[in-house]
Design a protein around this ligand. Sequence first.
Ligand code: KIV
Length: 290
Amino acid sequence: MSTTFQLDTSTSRANPTPAPMKRLTVPAIMRRKFEGKTEQPLVMLTAYTARQAQLLDPHCDMLLVGDSLGQVIYGLPSSLQVTLDMMIAHGAAVVRGSYHSLVIVDMPFGSYQQSPEQAFASASRVMAETGCAAVKLEGGAAMAETITFLVERGIPVMAHVGLTPQAVNTLGGYMARGRSQQEHEKIISDGQAVQDAGAFAVVIEGVIEPIAIALTQTLEIPTIGIGASAQCDGQVLVTEDMLGMFERVPRFVKRYNEIADLISETAAKYAEEVRARAFPGEEQTYQPKK
Ligand code: KIV
């Protein structure tokens, strides 16, 4: 297993940041929230490949190698089929492709829920084999003991509460959470529990806005919203969703571009030129030296 995290520019097509920047650290991210306020919201996007990481890195504070890669990259029906090996392969690629952002790798379903010891075995592999700075795991109070176990052993943890996609079968779908008083109170106490357990930040996904606002106002750690509130300390989106790669996206996604159309149009143009023998042209063809 490679432990080299630098991009080999001599053999790569990539165009990495010319002057490597100092990478953000977990304490630096935590310091962005001071006395309950985050002056400049934290920017996080998902990244799954080295090239994608290179392009996103200068614009982000954190890159999340999300287990959403199951659906986005592998065409799986949910994140439940994602394995630790998949997360490690993509995590290492994102670390190689980035210089500035804090890289966080998602712990996949089944790799941490059994016991704190199982979580440590999985998370230590992720940290050692990718070079990432932290892991993310889903769950609130139920995961508090595990979070403490990891943090006390040198593994920073970003928590994830509210709509937790790995629990889709118990939640019954991907709908917004916290509409009943009971669920509302549970999400608030989950947020408090993960902070008390030692998480350095918490993703709040798919909740009614008052919950996200209340957690952001009461927690000392940064809250990162997705389908939550603009008042969170930061925001995250799945990059392909915000680029417009998919026709169907959740309501909370803003499509900043129409990348799927661009790819289709470009592929159609290429196909047309191949069929017309217009590609390759003179410029793309080698001739004997004169
Ligand atoms: O897997 C993922 O991409 C995530 C984010 C959407 C928060 O967990």
